[in-house]
Design a protein around this ligand. Sequence first.
Ligand code: 13P
Length: 250
Amino acid sequence: MRTKIVAGNWKMNKTASEAAALIDGIKKELAGFTQVEAVVCPPFTDLKEAAAACAGSNVALGAQNVHWEASGAFTGEISAAMLKDLGVKYVIVGHSERRQYFGETDETVNKRTKAALAAGLIPLVCVGETLEERDGGKMESVVVRQTKAGLDGLGADLSKVVVAYEPVWAIGTGRTASPAQAQEVHALIRRTLAEIGGKAVADTIRIQYGGSMKPDNAKELMSQPDIDGGLIGGAALKADSFAAIIKAGA
Ligand code: 13P
């Protein structure tokens, strides 16, 4: 039985003081609720305050990116050890916005994933096709390629990762994949994970759905057999809507 995991990707939103207030609000909404793992992924500059706000609660802390090198002359980058030291548990890797705007490739996704795992962080590895790719009949090949390349060479660590399926056309558009559309791709990802690491491991890996997940569609999406949670953008920026989505996974 896979425990569902719902993570809020705050993207470039919220100052450190706003982060603490939002996490306090989420904690109040989720008091006593432990059936679903809840994670917040604020910007780097918020992590210290966010860690203090999350301490001792049922809300875990994640970051939005990590560099693959341990240290050195990489201006503007953040290492896995820096995140770990702040109490970060999860890190988003390979988000489509990083692929689209910041030159992220399957190869760098793989390097970041390995660096995160080596430091004891759990990567939330994002995959997903663009509308052009879907309309061009390439959804399957893109999702399989991103999954295989992003998770290449992990060995026994494969079982630790979380995969997030985020169809690019559903992100921030209000256009959600239907539960059947999402389930089809989640099942494809799970078959791909089985090819990489065997069925027993694939059956334990959590696969989140992301892309306009909201309180009113979360339950139906997370009721699908291969949808094990959500990666939430816009609706994660308010305590009540984020908590409602988390509770919908119970
Ligand atoms: P929205 O929930 O705003 O569509 O964003 C999804 C996302 O990109 C989460 O990583």
